[in-house]
Design a protein around this ligand. Structure first.
Ligand code: ADP
Ligand code: MG
Length: 261
């Protein structure tokens, strides 16, 4: 079934790494402005799924659409009317990827650039913004993540939480239509987790469409519109946080939350 209103539409996605079947027919729809929080045990395929949405990983079957447009693939209609799927060109995949912001567990900031420099870099290179315009926007974004006073600090002079907030500002500088987060707080000391989640919460409130892989069940409860539980390459259960976390129907979901809560 084609749901043309979904911002992200994942249907029947399979992914193999060699013999290893890591996504086994994943279905997931995320609406415009929705926050979907993905939870599940290590190795269940969460990161791989995000990477497929972002065009960083090819998949073997199924369809992913962002704003109705096929990710990584394009339809080619032959003279006899049949439709074939072809891989998109690298340039086309790069264009699709540029609409999506991604934040990883490791911040991956450029170590030899300041916070400001990190946020200015991609808009300067990709969008060809002037230095002045890129700097003006970068300062606004640093302000938005609470780091206006750290603009001239280098990554090594920032805490992990501050570095991750710079990484979020850097992703936002490309004006993405949606944001993917892969365990953005997992590498942080516990006392730094809150400041990053708080920035993500503000972003959600601003209407950004977000898919967040996290073990922070409190964040899922508070911010998610949809909680998605993955296990062994499949979405086992998805729905409202109160239902999936508070009253899971599937035994595997129940077992998972019984352990983490
Ligand atoms: P999660 O993020 O839920 O922990 P992943 O998507 O990282 O799970 O991994 C799912 C499975 O795919 C795991 O068994 C993992 O070892 C395997 N895997 C992930 N990336 C690769 C890769 N590049 N090559 C081979 N196997 C991989
Ligand atoms: Mg992962």
């Amino acid at each position: 079934m084609t749901d043309t209103t979904a911002k992200i539409q994942i249907d029947g996605v399979h992914k193999f790494f060699g013999e290893l079947h890591v996504l086994k027919g994943v279905d997931l729809h995320v609406e415009q402005g929705e926050v979907a929080v993905l939870l599940g045990p290590s190795g269940s395929g969460k990161s791989t799924l995000l990477r497929c949405v972002n065009g960083l990983e090819e998949f073997n079957a199924g369809r992913i659409r962002v704003d109705g447009e096929l990710v990584g693939l394009r339809e080619v209609t032959r003279r006899d009317g049949s439709v074939e799927l072809h891989r998109r060109t690298d340039a086309d995949i790069a264009r699709q990827r540029s609409r999506i912001g991604m934040v990883f567990q490791r911040f991956n900031l450029f170590p030899h650039q300041t916070a400001l420099g990190n946020v200015m870099e991609a808009p300067r290179k990709v969008h060809r913004l002037s230095r002045g315009e890129a700097e003006r926007r970068a300062r606004e974004l640093l302000e938005r993540v609470g780091l206006a006073d750290r603009a001239h600090h280098y990554p090594a002079q920032l805490s992990g939480g501050q570095q991750q907030r710079v990484a979020i500002a850097r992703a936002l500088a490309m004006e993405p239509e949606l944001m993917l987060f892969d365990e953005p707080t997992s590498a942080l000391d516990p006392e730094l987790v809150g400041e990053v989640l708080s920035v993500m919460k503000d972003l959600a409130a601003s209407g950004m469409t977000m898919v967040v892989v996290t073990h922070e069940v409190g964040f899922a409860r508070e911010v998610a519109d949809q909680v998605v539980f993955m296990d062994d390459g499949l979405v086992v259960e998805a729905g409202a946080p109160d239902q999936v976390i508070g009253d899971p129907r599937n035994p595997r979901t129940r077992e998972f939350f019984a352990k983490v809560l």
